[in-house]
Design a protein around this ligand. Structure first.
Ligand code: ADP
Length: 608
């Protein structure tokens, strides 16, 4: 799959191999901080081209691999996550979709995109045996002992012959390799050295040229995040992001900041366009890479990111962190806390700016990751709600997304509360009888479609002095005093048959009432007390959440002819109608009906 179909850009094999070499060198460097016997004075990555033999050789003097590690790391592609993922999704036509595959690091195996045979000779730090791993791709590999003087890894690619569609010869040209290193690996912090031959004028014979050979360092070695923003193009950021975080798509937002003061650090962060494939699984680990003065010390430092920003990818580089502290100590590092705080602030301010200046872009990000921000409001007893509330967006009857502030600014003086209704999607909420009635009165309604919405809002309690009101609650009432009196009277006059209905429904409802809130619609369910209908649905999906039931009130429109019909029905008819109306109300509320067949039969019987 990898060799033939993944990448249209075969050229990325080089950056993958260089990146592995750089990681291996980092590991050695990291070890040297506590082991002074390790010589780190000549760390580099070498590339050698041999046109006649058709080979590209990439050598590093990093930490190397033992024979076991060669076997484990390179031997079994079947263990790799990308293959597991493919197997599980064998029938999924999306697997044709390169974007899915592009989310995985292809790594070492990408070398088979340009080579028909690959040899890896490696010797690990602290080991005296070296081994050679050889493979021609999918059909397996061999490992044999061999001689190697120095620690490190040498990878030799035997480059494929050109075909009608593919030009492999180009990878044997030094200018091409030079270009690829510049493009993909410029920031690698070790010199990438290649022996270059060039034609220079012969000083002894005018007009003649001689061939000169010499080592040349191809990369600038300045990490992207250390460069000043003016020097960096958008493409540089995008390329860097995709390469480092295994994404196939450009990021939705880049945040590059240099901070000085209480803590001094560079941060380069990205918000992906799509949620990573494992984002909603428990395998997903949040965190930023942590560098100390350009040296990677931790790959996913979770303490640098609050949970509500767990979707942010990126890195932090600070000279303030001492390099040789152990990772446990790092967790409690005071400096780290200061940096984390500054990062939280930075992401918030960048998002706020985006919301104000590039609304569409912000909405796209919010669509993908907004639920995280809502959970952030709710989590930790609302500790972070103030910092997040103005980043929230909700769909509303005003059309599209709105912030709470925008809603607040549109509120009429006569409106006491911020109105909301919950449901499966905006279309369904908009069609709810209660919702239509509130909109007809000229008020705006927020549409809550995520499970977390109502919980987050309960945690907020109020926004700018206004409380939130669920228009699907039984006690939600916009009528005038006179109207209230009138409906109360109607309820009293109809007490007898309303009570009969309540008794017929037993524990299913706490009351059956006539209401003036439904306009032309006949029935509806409303919830009484703290637990709303939507909250009850969420609870019912949680283990042990069964006890958290909503208390339901069956509401019947006093303006609908059904009210009169019910009042004049005999007991047998009333029983039938009650069941039908209650089940209809459940359907409107998005709840299931216990016996749909019975419901259908009853309606059919009435029709006949
Ligand atoms: P990834 O780099 O994403 O882990 P790779 O397939 O590229 O996946 O590499 C698998 C593993 O092989 C690496 O994690 C590393 O442990 C090891 N490895 C690859 N190249 C080298 C190298 N040049 N030196 C030491 N170890 C290496």
């Amino acid at each position: 799959m990898m060799i033939n179909s993944i990448y249209t850009h075969k050229e990325i094999f080089l950056r993958e191999l260089i990146s592995n070499a750089s990681d291996a060198t980092d590991k050695l460097y990291f070890k040297s901080l506590t082991d002074t016997s390790i010589d780190t004075s000549k760390l580099d990555i070498r590339i050698d081209l041999d046109k006649d033999a058709r080979t590209i050789t990439i050598s590093d003097n990093g930490i190397g691999m033992t024979p076991d590690e060669l076997e484990k790391n390179l031997g079994t592609i079947a263990k790799s996550d990308s293959l597991n993922f493919k197997n599980e999704n064998e029938d999924d036509e999306n697997m044709e979709n390169i974007e899915v595959i592009g989310q995985f690091g292809v790594g070492f195996y990408s070398s088979f995109m340009v080579a028909d045979r690959v040899e890896v000779v490696s010797k690990a730090l602290g080991s005296d045996e070296a081994a050679r791993w050889t493979s021609e791709g999918a059909d397996g590999y061999t490992i044999e002992p061999c001689e190697k003087d120095t620690i490190g890894t040498v990878i030799t690619l035997h480059v494929k012959e050109n075909t009608e569609n593919d030009d492999y010869d180009q990878y044997l040209e030094q200018y091409k390799i030079q270009e690829l290193v510049k493009k993909y690996s410029d920031y690698i912090r070790y010199p990438i050295v290649m022996k270059m031959t060039s034609q220079v004028p012969d000083p002894d014979n005018e007009g003649e040229y001689i061939t000169e050979e010499g080592d040349e360092t191809l990369n600038s070695m300045v990490p992207l995040w250390r460069k000043s923003k003016g020097e960096i193009k958008n493409e540089d950021y995008n390329e860097f992001y995709k390469q480092k975080f295994y994404d196939y798509t450009d990021p939705a937002l880049v945040i590059h900041s240099k901070t000085e003061g209480q803590a001094t650090f560079d941060a380069l962060m990205f918000i992906p366009k799509n949620a990573p494939f494992d984002f909603y699984s428990k395998e997903y680990e949040k965190g930023l890479q942590l560098y100390s003065n350009g040296v990677l010390i931790m790959d996913k430092c979770a303490d640098l990111l609050p949970d509500y920003f767990s979707f942010v990818k990126g890195l932090v580089d600070s000279a303030d962190l001492s390099l040789n502290i152990s990772r446990e100590i790092l967790q409690h590092d005071h400096q780290l806390k200061i940096i984390a705080k500054a990062i939280d602030k930075k992401i918030k301010s960048e998002l706020t700016k985006l919301l104000r200046k590039e609304r569409e872009k912000y909405e796209e990000i919010f669509k993908t990751f907004g639920v995280q921000l809502k959970w952030g409001v709710y989590a930790d007893y609302g500790m972070n709600k103030d910092g997040l509330k103005d980043l929230l967006l909700f769909k509303s009857s005003n059309g599209g997304y709105t912030t709470l502030k925008e809603y607040r600014d549109r509120m009429a003086d006569s409106q006491d509360d911020i109105y909301y209704a919950c449901g499966e999607n905006e279309e369904k909420i908009a069609l709810l009888p209660q919702c239509e009635a509130v909109k007809e009165k000229g008020f705006e309604v927020l549409y809550f479609t995520d499970d977390v919405d109502e919980f987050a809002i309960q945690m907020l309690m109020e926004y700018d002095g206004k409380h939130f009101a669920n228009i699907l609650k039984d006690d939600f009432d916009l009528s005038t005093d006179a109207e209230k009196e009138a409906i109360q009277k109607k309820n009293e006059d109809s007490k007898e048959w309303l009570e009969k209905m309540k008794n017929l429904l037993g524990d299913e409802v706490t009351a059956v009432k006539l209401t003036n809130k439904l306009g032309k619609h006949a029935v509806s369910l409303a919830a009484e007390g703290y637990v709303s209908l939507e909250m009850a649905k969420v609870f019912s999906q949680m283990p042990g959440g069964d006890g958290m039931k909503a208390q339901l009130v069956l509401e019947i429109s006093s303006e609908h002819p059904i009210a009169e019909k019910l009042a004049s029905s005999d007991d047998e008819t009333l029983e039938k109608y009650t069941k039908i109306l209650y089940n209809q109300a459940r359907l409107i509320a998005g709840l299931s009906v216990d016996n749909p067949t019975e419901l259908a039969d009853s309606i059919a019987e009435l029709m006949v």
